[in-house]
Design a protein around this ligand. Sequence first.
Ligand SMILES: [Zn+2]
Length: 140
Amino acid sequence: MTSHIEQLCIEKGLKMTDQRRVVARVLSEANDHPDVEQVHIRAMRIDPNISIATVYRSLRLLEEASIIERLDFGDGRSRYEEACERHHHHLIDIQTGEVIEFINDEIEELKRKIAHDLNYRLIGHRLELYGIKRRTDKDE
Ligand SMILES: [Zn+2]
């Protein structure tokens, strides 16, 4: 079966090797934001011979083709997810490492407004929130 990311690669005319196909499948099936080592571990379950260097190169290729996005959650490790139509941001729980995805139309509007007011057209941005879970409603 062809994974969703593999399908995107084919549409973009990328040459697909067996090992690239494995990396594409791992990322298609991921519901989290794996780093290179996590992608490698999952890829080895499908192909025990795949090297971390191959995984790394495949990720770079997919990122350059804008098929996946590289994320930086401030811990020095790059993480990856499929670039999706539904634009979202991440809130990182710094105690558990849990990553919560959120969508907020006001933020999107505000980003455009800031750029516009400074006489720019927005072409990119980065926004990650870091937090500690509140225990009670009073715990601001
Ligand atoms: Zn995400």
